[in-house]
Design a protein. Structure first.
Length: 519
């Protein structure tokens, strides 16, 4: 039984004490005036949820008593109830014993009385110790509390939890709870950028350069800066508590990978709309094997690649010829993250809204509307269209968003998806498929780069869904091969459904009848 489960069954203060004794595996302990007492750590316990500082105030009366008598006092103090635990090093409270302005109660139990004197005493204790104890909500941080306490007992020090790829999402959620919620006026989608600025900092300086957001310190007060906007903490108590639990910065070998996982930390609706579902590298490996088998072993030299929804570039990290790669993304912050993590350094990266930029009122492509598309890519597209001698072939390699118009609970439903400029101006002949973002990508590619090869992760609706019948009449490239995997392999996907990685040759037209896909 876990500590959380044990505490839910507790009916008395003694039950609470016993639950903690079992969870921590305490052997040599006693229960006297101090609720649980070992050589290394003393515990004050309450059955009901109680203010940690009030419990510390009561416990410190016993500590001062033995301290003044020259008796042994423990290196650590801990307060516990059925909801939470808090721990601190006793040394951080010693200055309180020398404070002549503190009126110490005669009886420790009187601290729980709501008298003016007891409240003033708790306030004085808070002034001395509030910055030094770490609070663990047992429901969410049981393992961290047990690990830290056992380590304190064994090694005489509190061990902080490292930030790793395995606990990234959990740490991020706690960061929002402790720190992000204290930053006023922050867009929810920017939490991830501020989070990385915080964890990629050792408390004195940043350990990674060129991050989109920055962490500065005004004295000891943390200040965040993003897009020229400064964000201050309403209170820095949560900040101190968070970094008392976790160790920073992450291990050097993990930093770049953690940055690449930014997309997994975006709000679910935004991930759905932007297509920010991290493609696992083992899946990318399989995709590259299929590309080499289908397009030839030298495809990376023979094809220019454009990924127009690249996210943080994990589809391209396996490519060995970055100068042949063009990477565009809806979110400029993705570009900044790729620069900071040195992803595909020689590739051309640019911010571009593929379904809204450079589309005129007649549904035609006009690069002059934004001047965002690099001239080299514009020329490559023009040369390929014209069949110019020596022109490199173009491969569209992408994992586009799967969102669709709708209000249901299914994966990817997103109201307003079809209101992109391209869908409104150029997809009249594509029927109901115009409501699907990935279908909009394919329709623009058909117009813009009609002879490109396409290698794409997507749902399989365009192969057999009734709503795509009109789409299939318009979009008829030659099928080259593909494989299918389960959606659960992609972080953040809800539900279980097949996702295909399919290759197509737009230069050749073929009416779709049977499509063979390997598992």
């Amino acid at each position: 039984m876990t500590l959380t489960q044990d505490l839910k069954r507790a009916k008395t203060e003694e039950d609470v004490k016993d639950a903690y004794v079992r969870a921590l595996g305490l052997k040599n302990y006693s229960k006297n005036l101090v609720d649980i007492q070992t050589k290394e750590i003393w515990f004050e316990a309450k059955e009901a949820g109680t203010s940690p500082v009030a419990m510390f105030a009561q416990l410190l009366i016993y500590v001062k008593l033995d301290h003044d008598r020259g008796k042994h006092i423990p290196p650590f103090l801990c307060v516990i109830d059925r909801e939470k635990a808090a721990m601190m090093e006793t040394a951080n409270a010693l200055a309180l014993f020398k404070d002549k302005t503190v009126a110490w109660p005669k009886a420790a139990s009187s601290v729980q009385n709501k008298t003016k004197a007891s409240q003033e005493f708790v306030s004085k204790v808070s002034d001395h110790v509030a910055a030094h104890y770490v609070v663990y909500n047992i429901d969410s941080h049981e393992k961290q509390f047990i690990h830290a306490t056992k380590t304190a007992i064994k090694e005489g020090r509190i061990i902080r939890t490292p930030i790793t790829p395995d606990n990234l999402r959990q740490v991020f959620d706690r960061w929002i709870e402790y720190i992000g919620s204290e930053l006023g006026g922050v867009n929810e989608a920017d939490y991830a950028l501020l989070f990385f600025a915080d964890i990629m900092h050792d408390g004195k300086q940043a350990v990674m350069a060129n991050l989109p957001a920055r962490l500065l310190f005004d004295g000891e007060k943390p200040v965040f800066v993003l897009n020229g906007q400064q964000y201050d903490l309403v209170s820095d108590r949560g900040y101190r508590n968070f970094w008392a639990i976790y160790h920073r910065p992450p291990d050097k070998d993990s930093r770049t990978y953690l940055l690449e996982r930014r997309d997994s930390l975006l709000p679910l609706d935004e991930r759905s709309f932007k297509g920010a579902f991290y493609t696992p590298l083992k899946v990318v490996d399989k995709a590259y094997d299929l590309l080499a088998e289908t397009l030839g072993k030298n495809w990376q030299q023979n094809y220019i690649v454009w990924d127009m929804c690249c996210g943080v570039g994990n589809l391209e990290v396996k490519h060995s010829n970055h100068r042949n790669i063009f990477m565009s993304t809806l979110d400029k912050a993705d570009i900044d993250v790729m620069k900071a993590s040195h992803t595909c350094v020689a590739a051309t990266k640019f911010q571009y809204d593929y379904l809204n930029d450079d589309i005129n009122e007649f549904g035609q492509i006009d690069y002059g509307l934004t001047n965002k598309v690099p001239p080299e890519l514009q020329q490559a597209i023009a040369d390929a269209k014209a069949g110019k001698k020596g022109a490199k072939k173009i491969l569209v390699l992408m994992n586009p968003p799967y969102a669709e118009v709708g209000t249901g609970a299914g994966s990817g439903n997103k109201a307003g998806v079809a209101t992109t400029k391209f869908a409104a101006a150029a997809m009249e002949d594509f029927g109901k498929a115009r409501s699907e973002l990935f279908a909009q990508f394919l329709a623009r590619i058909k117009l813009e780069i009609p002879n490109a090869a396409i290698a794409m992760f997507s749902k399989l609706k365009h192969l057999n869904a009734p709503n795509f019948e009109q789409f299939r009449n318009e979009w008829q490239p030659k099928y080259l091969g593909g494989f299918v995997i389960e959606s659960k392999m992609f972080d953040g996907m809800k539900g279980r459904f097949p996702i295909g990685f399919l290759l197509w040759n737009s230069a050749e037209q073929e009416v779709m009848t049977t499509v063979e896909i390997t598992a």
